[in-house]
Design a protein around this ligand. Structure first.
Ligand code: 5AD
Ligand code: SF4
Length: 439
């Protein structure tokens, strides 16, 4: 069947959708040129906040109304279970985040017996997903997607942050064997991939047999010919050890950027969230990385309006963000998720106050981002070319090792997607650096 996949949510979902695409093609289905051209559309859903779930459910409903055969996969399916068929009447099938490998078989079954009455639900449990290493080989040549790949190193999450639905929907933590990951990355590099991003809910907790650690994995990947850059996400400050810093020092391919969600700067809230670090411990983790490299980019996630968050707690978050000097931050308004510990508490910060706190942190980040980027004016950054800038086709765009977006005028000459170029920074903006090539 001609299929299309519509993805919501995090990089994990992006990666799972890619794997499903590869498995579908291997099973003889055909990737459509777009949603309109597809017979079957699969909506990969997220449920981290209520709005995210509503979007995926709404999209699936609209597609049913358009007469498509519609399936859903991902986190919202696992949370909703049977309920998903009440929320999306006419939905043909739904699979949970650890059984996306069943999609091709289910689609074939539906094609054989007609969509009309099909209602196949496989929410799954803690199984090891099938097809974790499947990558579409039709990677759009010439586009950045052909030179950058996500690689799942672990699935599930054994943390139990009070607000988070992820452990409930993605199940217990399971790490892939190191040899399997190394073989996958080697194979990608042979196909021309220059940059991989290692994915897991908390990658620094990665463990192989016999005490094999995440920094050891970085060392093995560093040795792969053809590979230029290694990124990873997400991280927890507990994993920012001397062993990690030593691996960073020895492994030049590992990018100088960490996404280190802090969630709050108030010790009281952090304790309540079950984050297992204090404000000071978090700041020490950041300091360890910046002592190693002052330009080390640190980005974060923050939740505003967690139950019981006072103005004083909020100000503690503001000051922590300033002390940490985040290069970028993503701010989320607390959204109660059914079945989590925090959902038992009253969601007592009014929506308007959550919005105000959100806006304050965004404005702070604009100022801070500008100041931090301002410090890079005059430096020369090594940038991996991604292609024409989305906003201005006259410009080329790429990222430096710190994941900062760098743009420059295309009139300086063509640069191959995936190549590394040296750009001197002339101008700083809160979210972007503007420069010119040097040789
Ligand atoms: N409400 C708001 N934000 C949340 N996040 C996780 N759970 C919730 C929730 N219930 C945020 C966290 C996490 C990011 C992916 O989403 O900041 O790091
Ligand atoms: Fe797992 Fe905590 Fe991240 Fe949620 S916030 S995904 S529980 S590490």
């Amino acid at each position: 069947m001609r299929f299309w996949i519509h993805t919501y949510g995090c990089q994990m979902n992006v990666r799972d959708s890619e794997a499903v695409e590869a498995l579908m093609v291997a099973a003889g289905h055909v990737k459509a040129t777009g949603e309109a051209d597809a017979e079957v559309v699969i909506v990969n859903s997220c449920t981290v906040r209520q709005k995210a779930e509503e979007k995926a459910v709404g999209k699936a409903g609209n597609l049913v109304a358009e007469g498509k055969i519609v399936g859903m996969m991902g986190c919202a399916v696992k949370r909703l279970g049977e309920e998903v068929f009440r929320r999306v009447p006419g939905l043909s099938f739904a699979v949970g985040p650890r059984c996306f490998g069943l999609v091709p078989k289910i689609v074939a079954e539906i094609a054989a017996r007609g969509a009309g009455s099909a209602r196949i639900l496989e929410t799954g449990g803690d199984e090891v997903p099938e097809g974790l290493s499947a990558h579409p080989d039709s990677a759009r040549a010439g586009s950045f997607a052909a030179v950058q790949s996500y690689v799942t190193v672990m699935v599930g999450c054994d943390n139990c942050c009070s607000y988070c639905i992820v452990p409930k929907v993605r199940g217990h933590e399971w790490c892939r064997p190191p040899d399997e990951i190394v073989a996958e990355v080697r194979c990608l590099a042979e196909r021309g991939v220059k940059e991989v991003c290692l994915l897991g809910q908390s990658v620094l907790r990665y463990r192989g047999k016999d005490g094999f650690t995440f920094p050891m994995l970085l060392r093995r990947l560093q040795a792969i010919d053809g590979l230029e850059r290694i990124r990873f996400t997400s991280a927890h400050p507990g994993g920012c050890t001397e062993e990690l810093v030593a691996a960073l020092r020895d492994c030049g391919k590992v990018c100088r950027h960490i996404h280190l969600p802090v969630q709050s700067g108030s010790d009281r809230i952090l304790r309540d969230m079950g984050r297992r670090y204090t404000r000071d411990e978090y700041l020490s983790a950041v300091a360890r990385l910046r002592d190693f490299d002052p330009e080390f980019a640190v980005t974060t996630d923050v939740i505003v309006g967690y139950p019981g968050e006072t103005e004083e707690d909020f100000q503690a978050t503001r000051s922590l963000m300033e002390e940490a000097g985040f290069d970028n931050s993503f701010v989320f308004k607390y959204s109660p998720r059914p079945g989590t510990r925090a959902a038992a508490m009253e969601d007592d910060v009014p929506a308007a106050e959550k919005e105000r706190r959100n806006q304050v942190l965004l404005a702070d980040q604009e100022t801070r981002g500008l100041a931090r980027n301002g410090g890079l004016v005059g430096t020369v950054r090594e940038v991996m070319v991604e292609g024409p800038s989305k906003r201005n086709k006259e410009r080329l765009s790429g990222r430096d090792s710190g994941n900062r977006i760098v743009v420059w005028d295309a009139s300086h000459g063509a640069a191959a997607v995936g190549s590394l170029v040296r750009i001197r920074i002339l101008e700083a903006h809160p979210q972007i650096l503007v420069g010119e090539p040097v040789d």
